[in-house]
Design a protein around this ligand. Structure first.
Ligand SMILES: [Zn+2]
Length: 258
């Protein structure tokens, strides 16, 4: 049930039987030359669409912006930063708390959002609430190791194909990852803000555009993606989420010292 389509009277009715709400959060950011900028919220939106067929949990409007400073520079990427997302999520959950919501389930589409989500989750915990952060892309890798993937790689490309195959540019899907050793020839770029120096990993925060020609990253090449994989993965996650929501509804809220 979408909050956006409810009257306030309907929300009042809902609160008599549940204090739980789902808040999808994504990001507007580059995912390689072959993928749309909305990848990180289009996928959660699709999961919600599938979920609605089996669960009548209330779902807040999707937040399409997140903390993605590392992907700035690729045209179209919008970052509200870690602090911006903390502020936004705090205000959204504060508003909802006023009416009696106590359990907040974040359906997250972007890894960079976790810091902000967990900060807000801890704040809510101290107020006697619970927040659950569901990172669909890492969780599906736990449900099936074959589905594990990176950023704009096979896993996410398959998921977007599961949303709408026309969103993936098949002419650009074969681009190699092509990491560049941008810091120094003695330091090999190994991943997201990381370099290897004499066998040990060092984190040097910087924009990805400095060390990647196209902005996809992972062990799972985008051209391994299929629509079938995407559909099966999104449905499996939705089924898992339906089970989780039913169990989470029964969980007791934290009892804090007076
Ligand atoms: Zn993503």
């Amino acid at each position: 049930m979408r909050l956006a389509k409810c009257t306030y009277g309907k929300v009042e009715e809902y609160l008599k039987k549940s204090d739980m709400i789902v808040i999808p959060v994504g990001s507007t950011e580059n995912h390689g030359k072959h993928m749309p900028l909305g990848t990180d919220f289009l996928i959660p939106d699709k999961i919600i669409e599938l979920l609605e067929k089996k669960n009548d949990v209330l779902v807040a409007p999707t937040i399409p912006y997140g903390a993605t400073d590392t992907l700035m520079g690729f045209p179209g990427t919008i970052s509200i930063g870690v602090d911006g997302l903390i502020m936004l999520l705090s205000k959204v959950t504060e508003s909802l708390r006023r009416y009696g919501f106590r359990k907040f389930v974040i359906l997250n589409g972007h890894g960079g959002n976790n810091k902000s989500i967990e900060t807000v989750g801890m704040k809510l915990y101290k107020e006697g609430c619970l927040l659950a952060d569901l990172n669909w892309w890492s969780m599906v890798g736990e449900l099936n190791p074959d589905w594990k993937g990176g950023h704009g790689g096979g896993e996410e490309t398959a998921a977007v194909m599961g949303v709408d195959p026309s969103l993936v540019d098949m002419d650009l899907i074969h681009e190699p990852m092509g990491l560049i050793d941008d810091i120094d020839p003695s330091m090999k770029t190994t991943g997201w803000s990381t370099v290897d120096y004499k066998g040990a990993t060092v984190i040097i925060p910087r924009e990805m555009i400095q060390y990647s020609g196209n902005g996809w990253y992972g062990k799972d090449a985008p051209d391994t993606a299929t629509q079938e994989w995407g559909k099966e993965m999104l449905q499996s996650f939705t089924d898992w989420m339906d089970d989780f929501l039913q169990s989470f509804a029964k969980v007791e809220l934290p009892k804090l010292p007076e």
